[in-house]
Design a protein around this ligand. Sequence first.
Ligand SMILES: Nc1nc2c(ncn2[C@@H]2O[C@H](COP(=O)(O)OP(=O)(O)OP(=O)(O)O)[C@@H](O)[C@H]2O)c(=O)[nH]1
Ligand SMILES: [Mg+2]
Length: 301
Amino acid sequence: MDIKKGKRGAIAKAISIVENNPKAAKKLLKKIFKDSGNSIIIGITGPAGSGKSSLINKTVLALKKLGTKPAVLAIDPTSHITGGAILGDRVRMTESTDSGTYIRSIASRGATGAVSNSLRNIIRVLEYSGFNPIIIESVGAGQTDVEISNIADITVVVFNPNTGDSIQTIKAGLTEIGDIYLVNKSDLSGTNQLFDAVLDYIGDTERNPIILKTSVKKNTGITKFAQTLKDLMVSKKKSKKEKNHERLEVELKDIVLNNFKEKIGGMLDSDKTFSKYLKKLQSKSIDPFEAGDKITKSLLK
Ligand SMILES: Nc1nc2c(ncn2[C@@H]2O[C@H](COP(=O)(O)OP(=O)(O)OP(=O)(O)O)[C@@H](O)[C@H]2O)c(=O)[nH]1
Ligand SMILES: [Mg+2]
């Protein structure tokens, strides 16, 4: 199959199916599922403009030199408004596209839960195509970056010194998720203070994350970052199986619960018990909890 050969057109088509066509996606999944779940997922998150795309652009070149075959997914939080991909990402990532890395922007569509649902399967398409690692860029906006860290095997948080709120951001919850923290734009002043602050807040924890300085502008620290990722890929591979089992359990529960929701939602409209207790509720002769419990009991009979 063309997806397996890593043909761009075929991969793009398969990803579109996963994003937009649930029926065809089920069929596709049947084909590719067995050969998925084997790549390391690297989540790269951090404040808007911290240099994530620029960094990824350079890092994939370095990762290729180290013998890996990376792909990049950029989660685009604005495209549900503008209807298109962030042009900037496309422009800044041209270098790595030219080198044969697969890069794609995907819409986050507003709802956070929706991201992970199609993302899981997009990742499977890329795994089936033989890409490893799969790098996911997402803007660190509270909910999404926590979600990304659930999907990712390695989470990288990117800060930079020219934003006064970096320390606040560090305090506000990104401290828990990173395996690697990057102080990017290390060509700018304030780098050492930020590095020390990150070290203070995060470095001394039990998780013992790696903290590095990088500059895309001066092309420093990138090779070391890529090598660090490659080393982590090896060690995370070992714990991945167990994590996969947990993730599959969560996914299966999600699917079953969703199936039930759809089925029972349709049934309620024509259910006699439902309309009986609804009327009682509307005339206030019963309270909502009691009505709900009675209907649920009758449905489970
Ligand atoms: N001085 C300096 N500028 C950088 C560096 N890395 C990136 N930039 C600049 O920072 C700006 C933002 O870079 P992006 O790579 O788009 O940042 P991003 O985190 O992907 O941004 P969003 O996807 O919008 O959140 C661009 O103008 C880059 O040229 C760096 O190491 N040093
Ligand atoms: Mg970006």
